[in-house]
Design a protein around this ligand. Structure first.
Ligand SMILES: *[C@@H]1O[C@H](CO)[C@@H](O)[C@H](O)[C@H]1NC(C)=O
Ligand SMILES: *[C@@H]1O[C@H](CO)[C@@H](O)[C@H](O)[C@H]1NC(C)=O
Ligand SMILES: *[C@@H]1O[C@H](CO)[C@@H](O)[C@H](O)[C@H]1NC(C)=O
Ligand SMILES: *[C@@H]1O[C@H](CO)[C@@H](O)[C@H](O)[C@H]1NC(C)=O
Ligand SMILES: *[C@@H]1O[C@H](CO)[C@@H](O)[C@H](O)[C@H]1NC(C)=O
Length: 498
C-alpha cells in the first residue's frame, strides 16, 4: 500500500469513520424539507473532493440522487415530494465511500425563514397570555422549529457556526424560547393549509438591515463603508444567512427597522434591495429549487413611546418599509406582504415599550396577508384601507377616497390626519414639523373621509399625512380601519400633486 493511502485510511479511522460524511448544520432529525411543487435540496460536508454521495429517501423505490463533492461540499436536489403522503415521516440517508449519515422523522412541508431584530426574537415566554400560548403550540406537532445561534462574521461562512435549538417538534422546553411571531404565524398558516411547516429562526436584537444584506444588495444603495459591531454591513448575512441559502425555502418573514431610524431614507432602498438579493441568492444556491420570487412578509413597526405628540424615527421608517408606497405588495416590492402594527402599542411591556407583547394580533394580520400573497388564496381582504384619490376643490375641506383595501371604512376616531399648510406652495417646507396642522375628520361615509381644512387656503395645502407619530393611537384605536377585515389603514405621507 502506498504510504499516502495508508495515511488516509488511518485518518479516517481516527476521525471515527462516519463523521467524514455529514449533513449541513441546518439539517437534522425532526426537520421539515420543502415539499412540492419545489424540490428539496440536501447538502453537507465530506472530507475529500470527488467523492460520490448518494442520497435515498429510505423505503422508496425512487432512484437515489448523486452528488460529486467539491470543496468538501456535496449537494443534491430530491424529486419534488408531496407534503400529503401518508408514508411520512421519512428517513433520509446519504452514503459514500467516506461513510454514511441519516436523518430521521423528516417531514415534507413549507419551510419559512424568520429573521430581523429583537421583535422577531421576542420569545413565546414574553407575550401576553404566555402560558396558554405555549400550551397551545405543543399541539402543533407538524410544525418543526430550528433556531440559529447569533454569530457575526466579517467573512462568508460555508455553514452555521452554532445552533441555538436543533430541529424539534414544539416541546415545553423549546417553545418558550422560540420566536413568538414566527411560531404564531406558522400556527395561523397551518390551521388553514394543514400541511407541515418548518421554521428557521435567524435573528439578532439591535441589528440593522445592512448587517443582513450581502455586498450586492448594499452596492445597489451605495452603502457607506461598514461600521463595526453587529450593525456593520453583511456581518450577519455572512454567518446567519449564507449557510442557509442552499436549503429550499418557501418564504421568509421579517420584523426589523427599529435599528435603522438613523437612515430611514436609505432604508427605502436597502430593504427592497435586500429582499431582491435574498431571493436571487436563495434561488441560485439551491440550484434553482427555491422560487426566485419567494414570498416575503414583514411587520411594519408597532407603536413606540407613550407620547401622542412625539415624532422621532418611526413614522419615516414605517414609510420606508413600504419603499414609500404605503402598502405591500407594491411595484418595488413584488410578492411582499405586510402586517401593520402601529396601533398595537404596549407601554407597560416589562421588556420595554419597544417590545409589545401582543404578537398574536401581529401574527394574525401577517398570516392573513400570507394566505393571500404567499399561498394565492383568492378573495381575501388582507390589506387595510388605502387612499386612492384626494379632492381639495371644496373650500375648507379635503375629501379622501379609500379603496385600495376594497372595504367600507370603520372609523374609530377623528384624529390622525394633518395637512402641511404652506403659503409658498413648496413641498420641501413640509419637512419642518411646524408647518403641519391637524385636519380633524368632519365626516365619513362608505369609503370616503372628509377633513376639516378651515384656515388653510386650498392652494396652500402642499402635504397630507396620516398617523405620523411614534405611537399614533391607543390599542386598536387609530382613526381608519376596514370594516370587513378589521385591519388598520397604514400611515401615509403625500405631497402635491396628491
Ligand atoms: C477531481 O476530479 C477532477 C476531474 O476528474 C480532477 O481534475 C481533480 O484533480 C480531482 N480532484 C481531486 C482532489 O482528486
Ligand atoms: C453505507 O451504506 C451502504 C449502502 O447502504 C452500505 O453498503 C455500507 O455498508 C454502509 N457503510 C457504513 C460504514 O455503514
Ligand atoms: C391578554 O391576555 C388576556 C388573557 O390573559 C386577555 O384577556 C386579553 O384580552 C389579552 N390582551 C390583549 C390586548 O390581547
Ligand atoms: C400614557 O400616557 C397617558 C398620558 O400621559 C397616561 O394617562 C397613561 O397612564 C400612560 N399609559 C401608560 C401605560 O403608561
Ligand atoms: C371646521 O373647523 C372650524 C374651526 O375649528 C369650525 O369652526 C367648523 O365648525 C368646522 N367645520 C366642520 C364642518 O366641522
Amino acid at each position: 500500500m502506498p504510504p499516502l493511502i495508508c495515511l488516509l485510511l488511518l485518518a479516517s479511522v481516527i476521525s471515527g469513520g462516519d463523521s467524514a460524511l455529514r449533513f449541513a448544520a441546518s439539517y437534522g432529525d425532526h426537520m421539515v424539507l420543502q415539499a412540492s411543487p419545489y424540490r428539496a435540496v440536501i447538502w453537507g460536508h465530506v472530507d475529500n473532493d470527488n467523492v460520490t454521495v448518494s442520497v435515498f429517501v429510505k423505503g422508496h423505490e425512487t432512484a437515489p440522487v448523486y452528488s460529486i463533492s467539491s470543496n468538501g461540499i456535496w449537494k443534491v436536489q430530491l424529486p419534488a415530494w408531496s407534503s400529503s403522503s401518508t408514508e411520512a415521516p421519512y428517513t433520509i440517508t446519504a452514503t459514500s465511500s467516506e461513510g454514511n449519515a441519516s436523518i430521521h422523522d423528516v417531514l415534507f412541508g413549507d419551510v419559512w425563514v424568520c429573521s430581523g431584530q429583537s421583535n422577531m426574537g421576542v420569545p413565546m415566554s414574553w407575550i401576553n397570555n404566555t402560558a396558554y400560548e405555549i400550551n397551545k403550540a405543543l399541539a402543533f406537532d407538524k410544525i418543526r422549529i430550528f433556531q440559529v445561534h447569533a454569530f457575526e462574521s466579517s467573512v462568508p461562512l460555508t455553514d452555521l457556526h452554532s445552533i441555538q435549538t436543533k430541529w424539534t417538534a414544539p416541546t415545553k422546553e423549546t417553545v418558550p424560547g422560540f420566536s413568538a411571531l414566527c411560531l404564531l404565524y406558522a400556527e395561523y398558516i397551518y390551521t388553514h393549509k394543514k400541511q407541515p411547516i418548518g421554521l428557521i429562526e435567524t435573528e439578532w436584537g439591535g441589528t440593522s438591515v445592512e448587517a443582513w444584506s450581502g455586498p450586492d444588495a448594499l452596492k445597489e444603495c451605495e452603502e457607506h463603508k461598514a461600521k463595526r459591531g453587529p450593525r456593520a454591513g453583511s456581518v450577519l448575512w455572512n454567518s446567519m444567512v449564507i449557510p442557509l441559502l442552499p436549503q429550499t425555502i418557501y418564504g421568509a418573514i421579517w420584523y426589523q427597522g427599529e435599528s435603522n431610524t438613523h437612515n430611514s431614507d436609505q432604508y427605502a432602498c436597502l430593504f427592497p434591495s435586500m429582499i431582491k438579493d435574498w431571493r436571487l441568492k436563495f434561488h441560485q444556491a439551491s440550484m434553482g429549487a427555491t422560487n426566485q420570487n419567494f414570498p416575503f412578509g414583514f411587520v411594519q413597526l408597532a407603536g413606540n413611546q407613550n407620547d401622542s405628540s412625539r415624532i422621532a424615527g418611526f413614522p419615516a421608517i414605517r414609510w420606508s418599509q413600504t419603499a414609500k408606497y404605503g402598502y405591500a405588495p407594491n411595484p418595488k416590492m413584488p410578492y411582499t406582504f405586510m402586517a401593520v402594527a402601529m396601533d398595537l402599542p404596549d407601554f407597560k411591556s416589562p421588556h420595554g415599550f419597544v417590545h409589545p407583547r401582543y404578537k398574536q394580533d401581529v401574527a394574525e394580520r401577517l398570516g392573513l396577508a400570507g394566505l393571500a400573497v404567499a399561498y394565492g388564496e383568492k378573495g381575501l381582504s388582507y390589506q387595510g384601507p388605502y387612499p386612492t384619490s384626494f379632492n381639495t376643490k371644496t373650500k375648507d375641506q379635503l375629501v379622501i377616497e379609500y379603496n385600495h383595501g376594497h372595504t367600507v371604512l370603520d372609523v374609530r376616531s377623528n384624529n390622525g390626519f394633518e395637512i402641511c399648510c404652506s403659503p409658498s406652495t413648496h413641498p420641501t417646507t413640509c419637512a419642518v414639523h411646524d408647518h403641519w396642522a391637524p385636519a380633524p375628520m368632519s365626516a365619513h361615509h362608505g369609503t370616503t373621509v372628509t377633513l376639516n381644512t378651515t384656515g388653510c387656503h386650498p392652494k396652500w395645502i402642499t402635504g397630507l399625512r396620516y398617523a405620523w407619530r411614534e405611537s399614533p393611537c391607543e390599542f386598536k384605536k387609530c382613526a381608519v380601519y376596514g370594516k370587513e377585515n378589521d385591519l388598520p389603514a397604514p400611515p401615509f405621507i403625500k405631497y402635491i400633486p396628491f
